[in-house]
Write a protein that binds this ligand. Structure first.
Ligand SMILES: NC(=O)c1ccc[n+]([C@@H]2O[C@H](COP(=O)([O-])OP(=O)(O)OC[C@H]3O[C@@H](n4cnc5c(N)ncnc54)[C@H](O)[C@@H]3O)[C@@H](O)[C@H]2O)c1
Ligand SMILES: O=c1ccn([C@@H]2O[C@H](COP(=O)(O)OP(=O)(O)O[C@H]3O[C@H](CO)[C@H](O)[C@H](O)[C@H]3O)[C@@H](O)[C@H]2O)c(=O)[nH]1
Length: 330
């Protein structure tokens, strides 16, 4: 009963690995370390360096570690990069996800949790957006994830295989115990970039677009604390292992903050003023995305514990500071 965590050396995956270790679950991580870090993987977890597109390696890892469930985080995650390099995103997120799903089916792994995204909705007509809303991604990133969701549905209909596709909204913050956080080099995520700017690593932060149809003209997102997101994964895994049906569920808090509101929170928590520059809109960005989260609450009994923007920012900032203290900028 080992859980295979693909992308377990990355930001969200490293939190998942710590949670599984805390639950005394045997874990094996498969990661090629393109954006993740070997040191981010909890020492109790087994680690295999390699690519999720390598089917022979997947077969070997599943057999060698007795894998009964896969939590699939590995992928490419930057929306504007996907606009510039769609084929790269379809390869890493869609084609290689097919390899992981195929390995699961071939080796009788029946439980699969997949990192999907709110980007599958594009610019939703109704806010908060529910899971049954039209799926109209605005970027190849969103489409690459939607295609994987469609594969999972077809595979679950054909085989003894069930899945949870969790559509994350904007994930932020860090492990409340300070063991891991977002360490991505050259990160593009708003809160990460803002805390790096607060600590002097970047000369300024840009605001991408102030002419959206939102209260202050900047983009609105539903920022979810990574620890609450991980709790949804644990519940999804238990749900599948208990024999329940496949599930597609949003993971968000049902409330949105604008870019300017986030920057104010960072200034408040860090106790300084950020150098801000207004810049043009970024390609592929949606004006406003906020989750409806009734389903994850009802089906998985999930309830947020860290739903507070200042707490999310505070944990992100604490992680950034502790990395510096430990000279972990490897
Ligand atoms: N961060 C967010 O706000 C967010 C929102 C929605 C969905 N997601 C999804 O969550 C997942 C994890 O995102 P993250 O923010 O932790 O990103 P991340 O870049 O920190 O983690 C991705 C990990 O996957 C590894 N990886 C990438 N391609 C691989 C491959 N072909 N083979 C093996 N390993 C590979 C990387 O080395 C890295 O460790 C992604 O699938 C992403 O699309 C993230
Ligand atoms: O330096 C920055 C960075 C971001 N933004 C703005 O802040 C908001 C959030 O942007 P992020 O880059 O933090 O996040 P995205 O909403 O683009 O995308 C994130 O969440 C998505 C889900 O909505 C995807 O899953 C994706 O993996 C992940 O990058 C957007 O309005 C963006 O334009 C800025 O103004 N300046």
């Amino acid at each position: 009963m080992t859980v295979l965590v693909t992308g377990g050396a990355g930001y969200i995956g490293s939190h998942m690995v710590w949670e599984l270790v805390d639950r005394d679950e045997p874990v094996v991580v498969l990661d090629r370390l393109s954006t993740g870090f070997r040191w981010a993987v909890a020492p109790e977890a087994a680690f295999v360096e390699g690519d999720i597109g390598d089917e022979a390696l997947l077969d070997d890892v599943i057999a060698r570690f007795g894998v009964d469930a896969i939590i699939h985080f590995a992928g490419s995650v930057v929306v504007p990069d996907s606009v510039a390099d769609p084929l790269g995103y379809y390869l890493n997120n869609t084609v290689k996800s097919r390899a992981v799903i195929a390995a699961a089916v071939r080796n009788g792994v029946r439980h699969f949790v997949f990192s999907s995204t709110s980007a599958v909705y594009g610019d939703p007509p109704t806010i908060p957006v529910g899971e049954d809303a039209p799926l109209k991604p605005l970027s190849p990133y969103g489409t690459s994830k939607l295609m994987t969701e469609l594969m999972l549905a077809d595979v679950a209909a054909a085989h003894d295989f069930r899945y949870a596709a969790l559509r994350y909204f904007n994930v932020a913050g860090a492990d409340p115990k300070g063991r891991t956080g977002q360490s991505t080099r050259g990160a593009t995520h708003l809160i990460k970039v803002a805390v790096e700017t607060a600590l002097g690593d970047r000369p300024e932060i840009q605001v991408f677009g102030t002419d959206y149809d939102t209260p202050d003209g900047t983009g609105v997102r539903d920022y979810i604390h990574v620890a609450d997101l991980i709790d949804a994964h644990v519940r999804a895994l238990d749900h599948l292992r208990a024999g329940n049906p496949s599930l597609i569920a949003n993971c968000g808090y049902e409330r949105g903050f604008s870019v300017l509101e986030v920057l104010k929170a960072v200034e408040r928590v860090a106790g300084l003023s950020l150098p801000v520059r207004i810049a043009p809109r970024r390609p592929g960005d949606s004006p406003k995305v906020v989750a409806r989260s009734e389903r994850v609450r009802q089906v998985l009994g999930w309830a947020p514990r860290w739903d507070d923007l200042d707490t999310i920012v505070g944990h992100a900032l604490a992680w950034e500071r502790s990395r510096r203290r430990r000279n972990d900028l490897r």
